[in-house]
Design a protein around this ligand. Structure first.
Ligand SMILES: [Fe+2]
Ligand SMILES: [Fe+2]
Length: 373
């Protein structure tokens, strides 16, 4: 007799109280590569199901005590990958339907016919294999999509960051201001995320990481004579300098509109940051004179980070930098004036991070110690 089941060890749990049926089943399976477990009631069946995790459970409906259907209903959540085939002595469509509803894969009537019996087992196994294959395919596809998305995202981040670096390179000789801006902003935002701030979720933190470097992108529109001037700017020059916030927002506006909603969220935040990073909490900033929470939170965070870094590292117009303590005192004094009081408090709680970002950055840049030119 030829083998009908797949050529591997199929584990079958037979639950039947009639010895003659158990004998028949073992005869029907004698040419197949199977391991047969036998139970005469649902208590034994439950034990074997848990211990042996069979591929198939052949479950008699008319068992003494708890019926096969009651048992199936009770252990539905424990079936895992075990396929259930109900068996009964009466061909009752209603019972069959009920069993299927409870998750049984098939229904066979005793006495078993050799062909029907094996093909029922076989088709249940095949269906399960199909489901597994489908699942594997889906997982593979999801992995590929996730990998591609990540690649695209990384390429996009790198491009945008490179753009920002070009804009920044003219007045940032050491070139690490933008990296530090990311770090300070994230230090503040992550603290707010941990404190369950109403606006800050993980998407906000990620968008801020990408958009903080864009704050001064509008400097591309400021002439060298003003941007690189070593002396104090005249009022006219300062007026022109201030337009970098508007120019930056305009640059990013088109890009943000072109991008789809999910991808574009950091560009929209970048636009806010570019336009409003020089606003003050008390309304005395530029370009719009916004006050309090009318200033986007992203811009309020970046504003403090930018102020800190401007004083922590020398600039074209100011060759000296300040110790951390001095900058901290200045920021504390500007609490509720230039800066959002809440963000000042977050800064004060994370001072050590600011110090280490500063120290690390100074270590990484050889130009800080040997300024070129
Ligand atoms: Fe700026
Ligand atoms: Fe800056």
């Amino acid at each position: 007799m030829t083998q009908m089941l797949p050529d591997k060890d199929v584990r079958i749990l037979l639950v039947d109280d009639e010895p003659s049926i158990r004998k028949i089943v073992s005869l029907l399976l004698r040419n197949e590569q199977t391991t047969l477990f036998e139970a005469t009631n649902t208590t034994e069946a439950h034990d074997l199901l848990r211990r042996e995790k069979p591929d198939i459970m052949l479950l008699d409906i008319g068992l003494p005590g708890e019926s096969g259907l009651q048992f199936l209903e009770r252990i539905q959540d424990e079936l895992g990958e075990t396929l259930v085939i109900m068996s009964t002595g009466v061909d009752d469509a209603l019972v069959a339907a009920q069993a299927m509803r409870l998750g049984a894969k098939d229904y066979i009537v005793k006495p078993y016919n050799h062909g029907t019996f094996l093909s029922s087992i076989r088709s249940a196994l095949e269906k399960r294999e199909l489901v597994r294959e489908n699942q594997r395919y889906k997982e593979g596809l999801e992995r590929t999509v996730a990998e591609r998305t990540k690649e695209v995202q990384e390429a996009q981040d790198a491009t945008v960051f490179a753009m920002a670096k070009i804009a920044q390179s003219r007045d940032d000789e050491t070139g690490l201001h933008l990296e530090r801006m990311r770090d300070y902003s994230i230090a503040l935002a992550s603290h707010m995320l941990e404190e369950e701030h109403a606006i800050v979720d993980s998407a906000f933190v990620l968008d801020l990481f990408r958009s903080a470097p864009l704050h001064d992108i509008g400097k591309v529109g400021i002439p060298d004579a003003i941007l690189l001037k070593r002396d104090r700017l005249t009022p006219e020059e300062f007026t022109l300098m201030k337009t970098h916030s508007i120019i930056g927002a305009q640059c990013l506006d088109g890009a943000a509109e072109l991008a789809t909603s999910k991808v574009g969220s950091f560009l929209r935040m970048g636009k806010e940051v570019a336009r409003h990073h020089h606003e003050s909490w008390d309304g005395s900033g530029y370009p719009d004179g916004l006050a309090g929470t009318d200033i986007p939170l992203s811009a309020r965070i970046v504003s403090l980070a930018d102020f800190y870094d401007a004083l922590a590292f020398p600039r074209v117009y100011r060759p000296t930098s300040f110790p951390h303590e001095n900058i901290r005192n200045m920021i504390s004094e500007l609490r509720g004036k230039k800066f959002d009081p809440e963000i000042v408090d977050v800064f004060l709680a994370n001072e050590d991070k600011f110090v280490s970002i500063r120290v690390r950055s100074a270590d990484e840049s050889v130009y800080d110690e040997f300024p070129p030119g």
